[in-house]
Design a protein around this ligand. Structure first.
Ligand code: NAD
Ligand code: TYD
Length: 349
């Protein structure tokens, strides 16, 4: 089987690529990535020389490029992760999110439909999405697969739009699709603009840890490897046309989470307990900041037998250890040196 994974140089995509390359040696895995600021091929050094792995540098918005790779490689399936993914950036530059998340997705759908027209039923377009499409919860309740869409940030609006297009290609053209909507991920290789890796980096360097508003917003955190495992299960066993919510049953108020992180890091760095909490700095709130996300993933658990493999304390501790051990990765990302990796490693191949 030939699988095109888009966005495979990013945070979640790199874990999905690694899992598929290692677990399914008979599959050919193609990683299509534009290498935006969020794409980092150093996330994949351990699989880059495998025979069943190929990197394709390109833009999902570029119709000619996408047509060319479908013609050349004749993919059987697509797992689509490429996206602009950061809410704060979407507030500053919404059009970039429309370009990649909406137009890029439609471009992939169109090309897949065209190339698979002869035997649609032997193919699959699996779209990776977010729980943020469901909007914001109050104190109670959980997002289920039936929760109406109510996106409120430019990021979530662009992802909601892409989900609608994927379903439209299923209903209108019969393209076999699956969608999963996952809660906030954390773990190794997370770009340090998102809350957890940013806080780890700042605590390590004794810099202020910015907490938006009063730190009362709630997120439902899932270890990234558990998301990759869920994608594997849904890809192989999920029902065509269906949606699956993925979440860790693991809600944390931002402030409580940051305090736990400070305490774990004080212990690991041999600092006095309470030391790093002094770095917590309340800053201006995010515009339109969604109060609470929380996922009901009982459909995925009951029908497909998936469940998270680590507790939050374990996952967070592993994540901190990874960042403390992989100082070169972090230094290359924060200095911008990671952007040279493609030229250094790939241009003479
Ligand atoms: P990321 O920002 O770390 O990675 C995105 C990747 O897509 C990068 O490698 C980037 O270079 C690539 N990319 C961006 N624009 C592209 C384009 N036009 N053409 C080709 N490649 C392009 O994102 P992530 O956190 O790994 O998220 C991956 C997917 O999972 C996204 O679709 C996101 O919406 C979804 N998701 C993320 C989370 C989360 O907590 N991070 C939760 C649920 C769902
Ligand atoms: P983030 O990691 O950007 O993910 P998302 O916005 O997709 O949930 O933010 C997680 C939560 O942390 C969110 O409520 C915003 C908050 N936050 C901070 O308080 N400080 C920060 O520096 C960042 C980046 C986020």
């Amino acid at each position: 089987m030939k699988i095109l994974i888009t966005g495979g140089a990013g945070f979640i995509g790199s874990h999905v690529v690694r899992l598929f390359v290692n677990k399914y040696p008979s599959y050919q895995i193609y990683n299509l990535d534009k290498l935006t600021y969020a794409g980092n091929l150093a996330n994949l050094t351990d699989v880059e020389d495998r025979e069943n792995y190929t990197f394709l540098k390109g833009d999902i918005v570029d119709a000619v490029f996408v047509e060319d790779i479908f013609s050349e490689h004749k993919f059987d399936a697509v797992i689509h992760l490429a996206a602009e993914s950061h809410v704060d950036r979407s507030i500053a530059d919404p059009l970039a999110f429309v370009q990649t998340n909406v137009i890029g997705t439609v471009n992939l759908l169109n090309t897949a439909k065209k190339h698979w027209a002869e035997n649609l039923q032997n193919h699959l377009f699996y779209h990776i999405s977010t729980d943020e499409v469901y909007g914001s919860l109050g104190e109670d309740g959980l997002f289920t697969e039936e929760t109406p869409y109510d996106p409120r940030s430019p990021y979530s609006a662009s992802k909601a739009s892409s989900d609608h297009f994927v379903r439209a290609w299923f209903h209108t053209y019969g393209l076999p699709i699956k969608i999963s909507n996952c809660s906030n991920n954390y773990g190794p290789n997370h770009f340090p603009e998102k809350l957890i890796p940013l806080a780890i980096n700042n605590i390590k360097n004794e810099r202020p840890v910015p907490v938006y508003g009063k730190g009362e917003n709630v997120r439902d955190w899932l270890y990234v490897l558990d998301h990759a495992r869920a994608i594997d299960v849904i890809f192989h066993k999920g029902k065509v046309g269906d949606t699956y919510n993925i979440g860790g049953v693991n809600e944390w108020k931002n402030l409580d989470l940051i305090e736990l992180l400070c305490d774990q890091m004080d212990q690991k760095l041999g600092r006095e307990q309470g030391h790093s909490r002094n770095l917590i700095t309340f800053v201006k709130d995010r515009a339109g900041h969604d109060l609470r996300y929380a996922i009901d993933s009982s459909k995925l658990m009951d029908e497909l037998g998936w469940k998270p493999s680590v507790t939050f304390e374990e996952g967070l501790s592993k994540t901190v250890d990874w960042y403390l051990e992989n100082t070169e990765w972090l230094e290359n990302v924060t200095s911008g040196h990671y952007r040279d990796y493609y030229e250094e490693q790939y241009t003479n191949r």
